[in-house]
Design a protein around this ligand. Sequence first.
Ligand code: GLN
Length: 493
Amino acid sequence: MTELYKLSIFEAGELLRQRKISSVELTSAHLDRIRAVDDKVRAFTLVTDDLALQQAVEADRRFESGATVSPLTGIPLAIKDVICTKDITTTCGSRMLEHFKPPYDATVMQRLNAAGVVMLGKTNMDEFAMGSSTEHSAFFPTHNPWDLERAPGGSSGGSAAAVAAGMAMGALGSDTGGSIRQPASLCNVLGLKPTYGRVSRYGLVAFASSLDQIGPFARTARDAAMLLQAIAGADPLDSTSSARPVPDYSAALNGRSPIYRGIKGIRIGVPEEYWVEGTEPGVVEAVRADIELLRELGAEVSDVSLPHTKYGIAAYYIIAPAEASANLARYDGVKYGYSYRDTDDMWEAMEKTRQYGFGQEVRRRIMLGTYALSSGYYDAYYKQAEKVRALITQDFDRAFERFDVLVSPASPKVAFRIGEISDPYQMYLQDVFTIPANLAGICGISIPGGFSDGLPVGLQLLGNIYAEDVILRVADAFERVTDYHTRWPKALP
Ligand code: GLN
């Protein structure tokens, strides 16, 4: 048998149910892999080995006793450190929460625990999910398994790198403006941002509440479908979660299923505005070839215009910091998190708490957001940005009247060197293709779409609200005729 850490979740699940492998074996293989390569990659902020083995033993007990099991029972996963895990440190990549142990589990964790998964640990991220490289972690940068001198993307870079390097079978991340799709693209894995409201945000440390969504990382479309299945659905603890029933995401991916129909006749739109200057030629070439392949598979491909795309970044960098400035006001040194105590002066305590607790990028966002919301500027910035947001949503509404899926690169660049992008504005531009989906609330996925000079290129598939099944179907069909997703990073033998 190949190394256990190279199996897909689906394959491992079959072997577990047939009792050909145990969860303890599977989990140990991943913990060994973490010990072997994570000193180079640094994907994890915390490895919960004792808990993982305990959960694996429990899963094996269920298989042995014939108790009910789920498709994810005994499967080892990694969790971005922005998701609250009861009594387990949840840092958010920040000094502010360096020692924070949440008193409760996020809803997604409750659901994964109920499904019987094994948690390997928490993954590194840009502080409070602000960034595109994982270099803004207060602790250390994560390295891209494909080239250890390069960044894995961000902000969920730890989760993407863990899955790419075989340290976890799948992972959860969060995507506010691209933080699942862009690192997936740079690490050659799949990363899915669900429709806003599809997955509960309860227990997700808030960055920009109207944009944040939790979603899965995986190495196959089927695995991504299984993970999404486990976490999606209404939650009374999140009033923005949708009551709409969750479909069976794997059904349409099973070649033996009577409803399987590949992607013949599916209508694919290629947004003209997404071929922007500054996108690397190697990325354009790979994505053009991917689009041709989709056409050969029977998709009807034509161009579409999303005229307000060019305002996406500007609107996002008003709205996201505005919401962040409000969400981060709670870290005042009083309620929880880091607290500066060496003074009797309240203002000094608050100032010093935030000076030490927050890194530069987080402070920049708070300043930007506070400014945009201040009474003299509210109309000029925040209100204007909300209007742009409505126009971008309208562009997508119109496009989805004629198309099922829109395709584009997921990122303008392949993995860049750690330290290469020092200008914050250049970093913001990494999300040019992913941000509009968050503004409109639609779903999107980045899938392995080829290589440019040996580095992975991600193909982004955007779907209408609640059309996760459709983008997964296209991802699955693409996977059946390509081998990009099966390749392993050469940097980690
Ligand atoms: N890179 C974007 C930002 O810095 C998006 C981050 C995210 O999706 N969490 O805001």
